[in-house]
Design a protein around this ligand. Structure first.
Ligand code: GLN
Length: 483
């Protein structure tokens, strides 16, 4: 049962082969048995799950249908869930029970999805390895000594280990696509503004975007359908109709123009990954795509620009965690200053503190022009590069990450080494474009992802290309041993 995709579950439920309650019980038992090896959940919501499953079964018995009705999922622990701990992977919010549901949570629940729990993540979504969580590191089911990627590492590990078919994630600089690549999943970061950020605890507001992690493009289409759409509560949500993502999966790729940026194949890329990416290009060419070499000349400036902008926004967003209004408060403060200092010093982990300091520095009076403003100018150049490229091609293709999953603990003393792993993913966030990662093969038994980028609001095109690729390859069907 646990091997089923969302699409298969929907068919099984419609054909009355099993009930949502039965399936939910099977998956909860599987989580209890296997998750101790992975640490992919921060909180389990068994009671809520069984209640939602029973309600979904009643709705189906009353004639309702829908791909998500009775489908078990989980939420990254930065989506607010009413009455349930929403920790953001931080000691700061260890005691925080959200007073309301995030729009994404509410929409998926209304569609009948069943919430099994809240997944582990890098603290405040800062990281690419899921090692900065207050609740401990998450392990990669493909090799328990390796990281699953981050910051949505708990969602990725849980779905990859077949503990559940799909989960939500968020992507500020790659946190959906990168863990998807490192665990053999399909992950989609939508266009900025496509999915509501209301109730999603902010890291860097101009970059953050929620999206799905699942095993197939077909399942990502189902999840995105449940998540996307205008939300008046989010001022950056865009009022643009939501297409039927499942309807366009089977369009032909004949004549589709795929651009492969020459800058992607530089010295930093593992040559074995480069070879797998070239294989995926050949596969898509067989399906009728036309391949073109393109250039993204400003790509080399993306990491420095991102690691000024993201911390700058984070330093401002995280100022609300002051030990007064909610969250962690230190013991016996001497005075107000001591309360602020110790609450923040004790509540935030090392990586979060580093980002707050970098961000506050870049925004400070003497340095704003030199760092923050400069980074914003680079951001525009990067966007312009993409706009020029999309005049020539329909899709941009490349690796999702320069290396496969690294060993736990090996990049902890060198934050810059970890930042460099984001080189292929952060440009989509800086430009606000949609991006998808899908399985493309293995290196030393560890999964490798290929990334597709498309123009604004062309999530359907990404899902279509990925689905056609998955009909003709079987990388995405491989299961990690032991799961
Ligand atoms: N690794 C990047 C960072 O640490 C991206 C994280 C994310 O997308 N949330 O900022």
């Amino acid at each position: 049962m646990h091997q089923m995709t969302l699409a298969e579950i929907a068919r099984g439920l419609a054909d009355k082969k099993f009930s949502s309650e039965e399936l939910t019980k099977v998956l909860l038992a599987r989580i209890a048995q296997l998750d101790p090896q992975l640490n992919s959940f921060i909180s389990l919501t068994e009671e809520l799950a069984l209640q939602q499953a029973k309600a979904a079964d009643v709705r189906r018995a009353n004639g309702e249908s829908g791909a998500l009705l009775g489908a078990p999922i989980a939420h990254k622990d930065l989506f607010c869930t009413q009455g349930i701990r929403t920790s953001c992977g931080s000691k700061m919010l260890d005691n925080f029970k959200a007073p309301y549901d995030a729009t994404v949570v509410a929409r998926l629940a209304a569609a009948g999805a069943v919430t099994l729990g809240k997944t582990n993540m890098d603290e405040f979504a800062m990281g690419s390895a899921n090692e900065s969580s207050y609740y401990g590191a998450v392990k990669n089911p493909w090799n328990l000594e390796h990281v699953p990627g981050g910051s949505s590492g708990g969602s990725a590990a849980a779905v990859a280990a077949r503990l559940l078919p799909a989960a939500t994630g968020t992507d500020t600089g790659g946190s959906i696509r990168q863990p998807a690549a490192l665990t053999n999943l399909t992950g989609l970061k939508p266009t900025y503004g496509r999915v509501s950020r209301w109730g999603m605890i902010a890291y860097a507001s101009s970059l953050d975007q929620g999206g799905p992690l699942a095993r197939t493009a077909e399942d990502c289409a189902i999840m995105l359908q449940g998540m996307a759409g205008f939300d008046p509560q989010d001022s950056t949500s865009i009022d643009e109709p939501v297409p039927d993502y499942s309807a366009s999966l089977n369009s032909s790729l004949q004549g589709l123009r795929i651009g492969v940026p020459k800058e992607y194949f530089s010295a930093g890329l593992d040559p074995r990954i480069a070879e797998l990416i070239h294989n995926s290009v050949k596969e898509l060419a067989k399906l009728g795509a036309v391949i073109k070499e393109i250039s993204l000349p400003n790509m080399q400036h993306a990491i420095p620009a991102y690691y000024v902008i993201a911390p700058a926004e984070a330093s401002s967003n995280l100022s609300r965690f002051d030990g007064v209004r909610f969250g962690y408060r230190c013991e016996d403060p001497k005075d107000l200053t001591d309360l602020y200092k110790r609450s923040r010093g004790e509540g935030f982990g090392a990586e979060v503190q580093r980002r707050i300091m970098v961000g506050a520095y870049a925004l400070s009076a003497g340095y704003y022009d030199a760092y923050y403003l400069k980074a914003q100018k680079i951001r525009r150049l990067i966007k312009n590069d993409f706009m020029a490229a999309f005049n020539e091609v329909d899709i941009i293709l490349g690796p999702t990450t320069p290396n496969p999953a690294w060993k736990l603990g090996t990049k902890n003393d060198d934050p810059v080494a970890a930042y460099l792993e984001d080189v292929y993913t952060i440009t989509a966030n800086l430009a606000g474009l949609p991006g998808l990662s899908m399985p493309a093969g293995f290196v030393d038994g560890l999964p490798v992802g290929v990334q597709l980028l498309a123009p604004y609001f062309q999530e359907g095109r990404l899902l279509n290309v990925a689905h056609q690729y998955q009909l003709n390859t079987d990388w995405h069907t491989r299961t990690p041993t032991g799961f």
